[in-house]
Write a protein that binds this ligand. Structure first.
Ligand SMILES: [Zn+2]
Length: 240
């Protein structure tokens, strides 16, 4: 069993916006994020195990005493959702098929093609607030645009979280840093379209949902500048 080493601290990619970058980016090790405001914390994705999600929550508490009021799931995969229950009583938000996907997959289980995982205690906690196309949540005065992409890509329920005022993009697993996204439940055509949209976006920084070594990319992308605030995957005003 692989020994897990949690991140030492969250990475602040914009004022009050943090990425939680877990090394080493192999099976069941994802990236997450959160936004801090006086009104509370908006989190983007949980982690796969009890220990990894508790480490994320400790990372949040290291920078704020505000409670997590909202948790956004970018898609249904367990490395982003098995730890949802540890965020309760936060409102958990996701595309309607995220809820279906979590309930359809069921609890964690071993499989022949990934390493054993110490899950800890896991209780499924699917979103209780669902949407079909998109919804906005607010982190203080910052609008966070959660948008389903209107197509199958990594899964059939991928959403991005776009903060236009800061030009920060959380992609979920639509982007793996330096790797091809996992596509067994997805679509090559969909990922090509969504990846192209991400690349064209005028983001200041973006957080891929999986894989390590993103710090240099955060640093380099943080130096880019743009005046656009259009949603990156809506070049013609509509997702997809
Ligand atoms: Zn995934």
């Amino acid at each position: 069993m692989t020994r897990y080493e949690p991140p030492t601290q969250p990475l602040e990619v914009s004022d009050g916006i943090f990425a939680w970058v877990q090394h080493d980016g192999t099976w069941w090790i994802n990236n997450a994020g959160f936004l801090v405001a006086d009104s509370g914390v908006v989190a983007v994705d949980a982690c796969s195990t009890e220990a990894r999600t508790r480490a994320l929550l400790a990372g949040i508490r290291a920078v704020t005493t505000q409670p997590v009021r909202t948790l956004v799931n970018t898609h249904h995969h367990g490395d982003h959702t098995f730890g949802n229950y540890l965020f309760e009583p936060a409102t958990i938000v996701g595309h309607e098929r995220v809820r279906d996907g979590i309930r359809g997959w069921g609890p964690p289980r071993s499989a022949p093609f990934w390493t054993d995982v110490d899950w800890g205690e896991i209780r499924l906690s699917p979103p209780m607030l669902t949407f079909t196309e998109g919804v906005d949540v607010w982190s203080g005065d910052l609008r966070c645009e959660i948008r389903h992409l209107g197509m199958r890509a990594h899964t059939d329920n991928d959403s991005i979280v776009w903060i236009p005022e800061r030009r920060v993009l959380f992609t979920g697993d639509l982007a793996f840093n330096g790797r091809t996204p996992f596509l067994l439940q997805g679509s090559v055509t969909g990922v090509r379209r969504t990846s192209s949209g991400c690349s064209r976006s005028n983001r200041r920084s973006w957080s891929p949902g999986t894989a390590t070594s993103v710090h240099p990319r955060f640093s380099s992308s943080a130096r880019t500048t743009s005046t656009s605030s259009s949603t990156p995957l809506e070049p013609d005003g509509r997702p997809g």
